[in-house]
Write a protein that binds this ligand. Structure first.
Ligand SMILES: [Zn+2]
Length: 111
């Protein structure tokens, strides 16, 4: 629930504390998970299992959990799918940029 008495800055600061605490709790509970990694379904990066959360069919790294929770608290996303979709556009942009750069590189090589 959005607490209207809080500023976005306060919400973000609070979420950062919560996210840090989740990493700590996971490590306290299972010290091995500090050395375990997985591919985040949101940002696509290989991230530490500690502090990650399973949202439905997606597992998000702690960084993305923070983005998700801030997004929810500020009403930017209505569910996790919104965030995944938003991040997918970003990932696509990255891929397109990479392909264009590769094409440019090949052209330069051909000449
Ligand atoms: Zn992530």
């Amino acid at each position: 629930m959005v607490d209207n008495n809080k500023t976005p800055e306060e919400i973000i600061a609070e979420m950062q504390l919560v996210a840090n605490q989740m990493v700590q709790d996971d490590i306290d509970e299972n010290p091995d998970c500090a050395n375990e990694y997985f591919d985040c379904d949101c940002c696509g990066k290989n991230k530490c299992l500690a502090g990650s959360i399973q949202y439905g069919q997606y597992r998000l790294c702690n960084d993305c959990v923070l983005i998700a929770e801030i997004g929810f608290a500020l009403g930017k996303f209505k569910d996790i799918q919104d965030l995944i979709d938003a991040m997918e556009d970003k990932r696509l942009e990255e891929v397109c940029k990479f392909i264009k750069e590769e094409e440019e590189r090949k052209k330069t090589l051909d000449n």
